[in-house]
Design a protein around this ligand. Structure first.
Ligand SMILES: *Cc1c(COP(=O)(O)O)cnc(C)c1O
Length: 398
């Protein structure tokens, strides 16, 4: 009889079995780039299929396969492909399923690298892009065109933690024949499983919570077998941005403890967010787990865990305080990236984001400023003792 194993059990065991030859309980790291092959096996991506043996690591590798299986089980996806980075995953997916003349709708606020790609690279190749505030699903309906192929949402969105109602947006996209991609990097499958809510693809930067330890860059796309077979052939094998087996192994090791880590990230983030809300120098704290989040109801409905990302505005010049933070913080590192066991903080000035990354209408800019003011500190709350994080901030804010 089959029964459905729990999430924590899958995080530990999915994709892995003891090694058949040695009995090794932990997964082997297979670094080999090539495999001794039967002369009858075809060396063409055209013949690549489910049952093709390992031939060459750009096509497939046992360690990378283990990571992909674990990711797929945790997201409830038919299949997963790991890439060299989150950017490789997102850009590969967009390039594969958009052609000149197609229209893409993307959240007006999203990870800066993807935003910049949608601003410059795609339009230069004949793909039309509309940046839309998807926190109001009705905005999507207005933006759809007969040529809309894909809708790209990020929830919670970097860096202001604005949320998108995945089920609502998926229904509107599907009614118009478009497919929905969700960047779920901030949420992780512990919080939200976008495919179950109607998304067609999920993308992750594995560099963040999934790897969790700040020592390996990777990305993934998850979705249906048929879509991912095309993506494997064209984007994996032909464009070639595959993940290193070593990074896959490190990320798989990190992923095994994801449920535990996310619980601890959330607990610490709540403590720090509540403390920040009461601090006289803090103007506004944004955290999906606080009742003050403008979409707190959606957060409770869509997120089983509020993750560890906090954004906050301070009174006075954020740029000056950023320098003080960089000099005074002892435990918290002043650094970009997020989702690591180590706490990381970084200041994002609104004028810089508007100049380099986002092209917002004046109404969208007004909404962005409601969350971010002139700038926000993006704080990835790590797994240290909350008391030490608070003490660190107390000294830096004094
Ligand atoms: C970091 C990040 C990415 C890009 O991932 P890399 O692994 O750095 O290429 C994409 N989306 C979000 C939300 C991110 O935080």
């Amino acid at each position: 009889m089959t029964y459905k194993k729990g999430f924590a059990t899958l995080a530990v065991h999915a994709g892995e079995t003891p090694d058949k030859i040695t009995g090794a309980s932990s997964p082997n790291l297979v670094m080999s780039s090539t495999y001794v092959t039967d002369p009858d096996v075809s060396f063409s991506a055209e013949d690549f299929g489910e049952n093709t043996p390992y031939i060459y690591t750009r096509w497939g590798n046992p360690t990378i396969t283990q990571l992909e299986q674990k990711l797929a089980e945790l997201e409830g996806a038919e299949a997963a492909i790991a890439f060299a980075s989150g950017m490789a995953a997102s850009t590969g997916l967009l390039l594969q399923f958009l052609k000149p003349g197609d229209h893409l709708v993307m959240s007006d606020v999203s990870y800066a690298g993807v935003a910049e790609f949608a601003k410059d690279y795609l339009p230069a190749r004949g793909i039309e892009v509309s940046r839309v505030d998807l926190s109001q699903p009705e905005n999507l309906r207005q933006a759809l065109r007969p040529t809309t192929r894909l809708v790209y949402a990020e929830t919670p969105a970097n860096p202001i933690l604005k949320l998108t109602d995945i089920a609502a947006v998926a229904a509107i996209a599907h009614a118009a024949g478009a497919r929905l991609i969700v960047d779920s990097t901030f949420a992780t499958p512990v919080a939200t499983r976008p495919l179950e809510l109607g998304a067609d693809f999920v993308v992750h930067s594995l560099t963040k919570y999934i790897g969790g330890h700040g020592d390996a860059i990777g990305g993934a796309v998850l979705g249906k077998v048929a879509d991912l077979a095309v993506l494997r052939k064209e984007v994996g094998i032909h464009l070639g941005g595959i993940i290193s087996p070593f990074n896959a192994w490190l990320i798989m090791r990190g992923l095994a403890t994801l449920p535990l880590r996310m619980r601890a990230h959330e607990e610490n983030a709540l403590s720090v967010a509540r403390w920040l809300e009461d601090h006289p120098r803090v103007a506004r704290v944004i955290y999906p787990g606080l009742a003050s989040h403008p979409q707190a109801e959606l957060a409770r409905r869509q997120m089983k865990n509020f993750s560890g990302m906090i954004s906050f505005q301070v009174k006075g010049a954020g740029e000056i305080l950023a320098r003080t933070f960089a000099e005074r913080l002892e435990v918290i590192h002043y650094a970009v990236s997020l989702g690591h066991h180590r706490s990381l903080i970084f200041y994002l000035a609104t004028q810089d984001m508007l100049r380099t990354s986002f092209t917002l209408t004046s109404a969208q800019e007004a909404t962005y400023r409601e969350f971010a003011g002139d700038g926000i500190f993006r704080f990835s709350v790590g797994l240290e003792d909350a008391a030490d994080l608070i003490r660190d901030l107390e000294v830096a804010l004094a």
